[in-house]
Design a protein around this ligand. Sequence first.
Ligand code: GDP
Ligand code: MG
Length: 166
Amino acid sequence: MKEYETQGFHVKEYKCILVGNRNVGKTTFLNKVSNGSFINSYHPTIGVNYNNIYFQNNYEIVLFIIWEISIENKLQFEKCCIGTDCAIIMNDVCNGIEFKKWNKKIRTLCGDIPIIMCVNQFENRKIYSEKRKYTRMYCLPMVKISNKNSTNIMNPIYKLVELLKK
Ligand SMILES: Nc1nc2c(ncn2[C@@H]2O[C@H](COP(=O)(O)OP(=O)(O)O)[C@@H](O)[C@H]2O)c(=O)[nH]1
Ligand SMILES: [Mg+2]
């Protein structure tokens, strides 16, 4: 975390990594939280994609820099993990649960940082309830979102800010 003053505001800057399997909605989430757009087609992310999210929290500005990192290039993945304050593991409720695998990977590279599980496509309630039992197995905080309907879209970030304060 970096802290500085700019134009009379106190800024807290956090680096967050956004990881998960392919096609689970990471890029869509990043677009949604930064400019509100939802794109229906799929374009795989090559390398790294990042976006800045600003919001005001009491009397300070929180700057959240979210890095979506693809796993294809292992060395690049490891480099991008340097200096990470927190992480979001995204999963598509339709695609099976891989939270355990990702949790292990992040813990090895980043140590004891706050990590949350983000279950996407929450608008698809039927599928969500079928998969819920798997998600409960891991004792990470969980947030349910829908990029499509904008449900709880800022909650992963708010939850992490809360955990980072502890
Ligand atoms: N129904 C539904 N589809 C979604 C949602 N979020 C993302 N998608 C779709 O899932 C696909 C993969 O999204 P993308 O963000 O590119 O996946 P990434 O590989 O994890 O970055 C795209 O076709 C999106 O339109 C959602 O909340 N609901
Ligand atoms: Mg992507």
